[in-house]
Design a protein. Structure first.
Length: 325
């Protein structure tokens, strides 16, 4: 089969190589899946750089989220078992962790329903306890995780303020359903949020960016608000001023979704059932901005790493619909 492998750490576009290798052999409790669609996530780029908390042994195949097909023809969603990731024609996965792919979504959309939407659901509902009528501020609202949070926030009955970088991304955030869109390149984010909320601020802040975005989060969170920290796409890990949290009575919440797979897998299954229902009702629909063939995976991962994409970029190893959407 063909697979992308990383033999040395560095930028994805430089270290990912497309090679011919043997199909991986399933171990105990594993299953071999034919990859129908593999979504690109920011952690794929971090793994190529050696900067992610999970560091598979070299050489490894990136790709942490797929829609695959079992040998008996079932269409499933899975997190591939590294080092045999999803940017290949076949991948391995733990059989106990397979989730049924919703019939209402195509392969690329089904693959995108997993990590980003699970992260959004756990952040908003499990950690922040978002309620209908509250205001939700989403940083990187046009990105893969941010776009999921926007849709989930709207589905929960929240007023959603989306922050995006540039006119094109702002337009995507608006199309996703944001009630207010702030272009951080053209507007003062703090002033714009305060204006939109009458000076009150946001009840819940969804922050996968860190750096300056976190500084803005702390300045715009409402009394008894909740900031959910999901990652640091900016490359800068902030150091929160805890005295500020005390003075304003807000909570800083962390979310590492992957922990639930081992600590509370039943909750992951419950979340998937909730997401499947929302997808069936049309309340959420993953934004797949590009569908690329396997041969273009390295370039696509690099573009996700550089922050120039919107929604999800999906690799289709079978070549179906391999052109840009």
């Amino acid at each position: 089969m063909q697979a992308w492998q990383v033999h040395e750490l560095g930028e994805p576009g430089e270290v990912m190589r497309l090679v011919d290798v043997e199909r991986p052999t399933p171990g105990k409790g594993q299953v071999l899946l034919r990859v129908r669609a593999a979504n690109i996530n920011f952690p794929d780029a971090l793994m190529c750089r050696g900067q992610y908390q999970v560091r598979p042994p070299l050489p490894f195949t990136p790709g942490v989220e797929i829609c695959g097909e079992t040998e008996d023809g079932r269409r499933v969603i899975a997190n591939p078992a590294l080092p045999h990731g999803g940017f290949a024609e076949y991948a391995l996965a733990d059989s106990a962790a397979l989730l049924p792919a919703p019939d209402t979504l195509d392969d690329a959309e089904a693959a995108a329903l997993h990590i980003g939407y699970q992260t959004g659901w756990f952040a908003l509902h499990r950690r922040a306890r978002l309620e209908a009528g509250e205001t939700l501020l989403v940083h990187a609202a046009a990105g893969g995780v941010g776009s999921a949070a926007v849709q989930l926030g709207k589905a929960a009955g929240a007023t959603v303020i989306g922050v995006a970088g540039g006119a094109a991304k702002a337009a995507v955030a608006r199309e996703l359903g944001c009630d207010v869109v702030i272009d951080r390149r053209e507007q003062d984010v703090v002033a714009a949020v305060k204006e939109a909320t009458g000076g009150r601020g946001a009840d819940v802040v969804f922050d996968p960016v860190g750096g300056e975005a976190y500084t803005q989060s702390a300045k715009t969170v409402a009394f008894e608000g909740r900031i959910v920290v999901l990652g640091f796409a900016s490359g800068s890990v902030p150091s929160p001023a805890l005295n500020h949290a005390l003075i304003k009575n807000y909570a800083i919440l962390g979310l590492h979704w992957g922990l639930y797979n081992t600590r509370n897998p039943k909750l992951v299954q419950h979340c998937h059932e909730q997401l499947t229902d929302l997808a069936a009702r049309g309340a959420i629909k993953p934004l797949v901005s590009e569908r690329v063939p396997l041969a273009r995976a390295a370039d696509a991962v690099q573009r996700v790493a550089d922050g120039v994409t919107t929604g999800r970029v999906t690799v289709l190893p079978t070549g179906e619909n391999g052109a840009a959407a």
